[in-house]
Design a protein around this ligand. Structure first.
Ligand code: GTP
Ligand code: ZN
Length: 296
């Protein structure tokens, strides 16, 4: 018996990557009865009696599961955030970060289109970037797009992980993917957008093996529906709050109106980004407001 990762799923076949070799497998009948649908990214056990062909025997426990693109066990997501066109919104970035934290996916922030900024605007962006770096996030950006050093660093960060690229439409996801993996030749820009969207529906999902980094060939996870979580869980998805909250007077402090709150203190002292706290308050309200309509 061997172990591997499903790299591609097509017409009932699962291509499994194991020790750098690809095996074409079929599911052993009882998956359907057991309600298991093997997915790209699954860690699997398989048998390959006929050299490169064989049978999937078991799907191992998943760490997470994305719907778009349909991939499991995602370790990293590169959050492509345009600093211009579309306009930079920390709120939207924070929203994506919370969605990723809640799925146990490590975010990597990539600021695109920094070449469109003036000196002054660029200095401003650097401050923001520093703030996110202090939280513990890896942040990539540069004055001129696609410097080779930055790209090598990003590629190193992706190594030995399963990664997806996410971000708003037009943020520069395809452009970045093309730099990470030129063999993709993804179409970019406005005219190709319509084509690409059409293609998404029929395209197979697969992971590209780029020198040991498994990267989804389809940008995705761009739609993060309304938060469906318990408000008491929200603070967990702000890493800088988690660190501070050990010093809050109350256990389970929501960092809102509670006295002796270490997060509020940090906010007043300017040691956390005010924009992050603002996002937190807003997401909190959003969750509370949607509760009455929340079916389940
Ligand atoms: N100046 C500049 N333009 C960029 C940069 N990155 C992307 N663009 C341009 O922005 C436009 C959108 O880029 P795409 O890579 O297609 O964006 P996307 O996120 O894949 O967009 P969707 O496919 O709609 O989700 C294209 O015209 C790119 O050439 C950058 O760093 N600087
Ligand atoms: Zn608190």
């Amino acid at each position: 018996m061997k172990e591997g990762i499903i790299q591609q799923s097509l017409a009932g076949f699962y291509d499994v990557l194991s020790d750098g070799e690809l095996y074409r497998t079929r599911g052993r009948g009882n998956f359907r009865q057991r309600g298991i649908k093997p997915m790209v990214g699954d860690h699997v056990e398989f048998d390959a009696p006929n050299n490169r062909e064989g049978y999937l025997l078991e799907v191992l426990q998943r760490k997470n599961e994305l719907v778009r693109p349909p991939i499991t066990n995602v370790d990293l997501a590169v959050v492509v955030t345009a600093v211009r066109e579309p306009i930079f919104s920390t709120n939207l970035l924070d929203r994506q970060l919370v969605a990723l934290e809640s799925q146990n996916i490590t975010p990597i922030i990539y600021f695109s289109k920094t070449d469109l900024l003036s000196e002054e605007e660029f200095t401003h962006l650097q401050k923001s970037a520093d703030g996110y770096q202090e939280i513990g996030y890896q942040v990539f950006y540069q004055k001129d797009p696609f410097g080779t050093t930055e790209l090598a660093e990003l590629q190193a960060a992706l190594k030995d992980n399963i990664s997806v690229v996410m971000g708003q439409t037009g943020a520069g996801k395809s452009t970045l993917l093309n730099h990470i993996a030129p063999q993709l030749q993804l179409e970019t820009g406005e005219i190709s957008q319509a084509l690409q969207r059409g293609k998404h529906t029929t395209r197979k999902v697969s992971l590209l093996n780029i020198d040991g980094s498994l990267i989804a060939d389809t940008p995705g996870f761009s739609s993060y529906e309304a938060f469906e979580m318990d408000v008491t869980k929200l603070p967990r998805y702000f890493p800088e709050f988690v660190e501070l909250s050990v010093n809050c007077k109350f256990r389970g402090c929501l960092h809102l109106k509670e006295p002796g709150c270490a997060v509020k203190n940090a906010l007043e002292n300017g040691t956390i980004l005010a924009s992050r706290y603002k996002s937190y308050e807003q997401f909190h309200d959003l969750i509370v407001q949607q509760k009455p309509n929340y079916k389940k």
